[in-house]
Design a protein around this ligand. Structure first.
Ligand SMILES: Cc1cc2nc3c(=O)[nH]c(=O)nc-3n(C[C@H](O)[C@H](O)[C@H](O)COP(=O)(O)OP(=O)(O)OC[C@H]3O[C@@H](n4cnc5c(N)ncnc54)[C@H](O)[C@@H]3O)c2cc1C
Length: 376
């Protein structure tokens, strides 16, 4: 017999865990299935915009004891090492995914969310119910399924989502380091074929995380050779990397990163976080978007339960809200990354940001949200 639950969430990253906490607070019976054991490191820049703080507060999420760094300033450097500096209008904080995901997982468990450490490999919708199956054969029945399984998963193949067959030319690499890098700063450094984010997380650890074009990467023998031959062309990056001492045994890598459009609702599954769409990490805001999308979907499920409206009206409202809140940010992120990878356009962009610093603030405004308003 399948295990019955009201809401089943596939994936326990920031989107899935936040939705689990929200829906649990509203009194729903929530099961979350995550394939990896906690805690684990993730390829991510680990800079989180402060826009999430009012919502975290409402959820009773208190990150103080994890000692995040407070980040107030942004530095942008061009491939040739030219710099633009500004303060961040809202600011943010630096916290490793190892710590924050683990904290949220423990919080969810302590509040009664049923967290299952398995990998989902099939989801079928029929007669207003979902049947979800794991690779080891456990079966679950649920009224709602939230897809929170990140950028790319075997489930997308199974569901035959469009983006999965399109080319994804990027890979990403991340490692933690010991370094004297200032803790109030997030530094975004452009290089030929990619960009690299640098900022501190808890315990004075430096996170260096970059996105690279696979075609350019594969011409080099290994990660070290790629960094020395390509990233070091940016003088700022060369200095940061040469002065830092890696703590990880080896950098983490992920490939096939796609910024192609996805659907916020697919075969009645409500997609949140990267499963609904990934913003170019140059805009540094994917985690806040993942958290915000969890809030939108949770509120709409609550609304449907109270007003007894149809499933299709919930799905239409979620898709429309998602497009209104995130659609233009994602488009802007795609355009920005194209501009910065074009040599002449990059030079023009840097020159205008140096001459008119408000241009950089305008870019930040277009790619970031306002503080996430809470329900009551
Ligand atoms: C190079 C790079 C740098 C970035 N830097 C930043 C940054 O500095 N700031 C920022 O805000 N954003 C950044 N982002 C974006 C950010 O990492 C994502 O937007 C965020 O992690 C999305 O969270 P999520 O919960 O949707 O997905 P994830 O955190 O990826 O979580 C998905 C979870 O689902 C699980 N899962 C997958 N398949 C299954 C399955 N079949 N069954 C069960 N579980 C499954 C996975 O194990 C994972 O734990 C960056 C992204 C990249 C690529």
């Amino acid at each position: 017999m399948p295990i019955q639950t009201e809401i089943l969430i596939i994936g326990g990253g920031l989107a899935g865990l936040t939705a689990a906490l929200h829906l649990n607070k509203q009194g729903f019976d929530v099961t979350l299935i995550e394939k990896s054991a906690y805690p684990h490191h993730k390829v991510c820049g680990e800079y989180i915009s402060n826009e999430v703080l009012p919502y975290f507060n409402w959820l009773g999420i208190d990150l103080k004891n994890l000692s995040p760094t407070q980040i107030t300033n942004l530095q942008f450097t061009s491939a040739t090492g030219k710099q633009v500096n500004t303060t961040l209008p809202l600011g943010g904080f630096g916290l490793s995914r190892y710590s924050i995901d683990y904290y949220l997982y423990n919080l969810a468990k302590s509040r009664g969310v049923n967290v299952v450490n398995k990998e989902v490999n099939d989801v079928v919708y029929a007669e207003d119910q979902f049947l979800v199956e794991t690779t080891s054969g456990e079966r679950f029945k649920a009224e709602y399924v939230l897809g929170a399984y990140g950028k790319r998963s075997a489930i997308d193949k199974r569901l035959e989502r469009n983006f999965i067959n399109q080319k994804s030319p990027y890979l990403a690499i991340k490692a933690h380091y010991k370094s004297d890098f200032p803790s109030h700063l997030v530094s975004l450094n452009n290089f030929k074929g990619g960009y690299c984010g640098v900022s501190k997380v808890e315990n004075a650890i430096l996170n260096v995380c970059y996105l690279a074009n696979y075609e350019s990467f594969k011409k080099h023998k290994d990660i070290q050779a790629y960094q020395e031959n390509v990233l070091y062309q940016n003088k700022n990056l060369k200095k940061i990397l040469e002065e830092a001492e890696m703590i990880f045994d080896a950098p983490l890598t992920i490939s096939q990163i796609s910024f192609n459009q996805k659907e916020p609702v697919y075969d009645h599954m409500l997609m949140i976080g990267d499963t609904a769409g990934l913003i170019h990490p140059l805009c540094g805001n994917g985690m806040a978007m993942a958290i915000h999308s969890a809030k939108i979907v949770s509120e709409l499920i609550q609304k449907r339960t109270e007003n007894k409206t149809s499933r299709s009206s919930l799905e239409n409202e979620y898709s429309a809200n998602w497009q209104t809140i995130f659609g233009s940010r994602l488009r802007f992120g795609r355009i920005l990354s194209m501009i910065l990878q074009h040599k002449t356009c990059e030079r023009l962009a840097i020159n205008s940001m140096t001459a008119m610093p408000f241009v950089l603030n305008k870019i930040i405004k277009h790619t970031h949200g306002r503080p996430i308003k809470t329900v009551n």
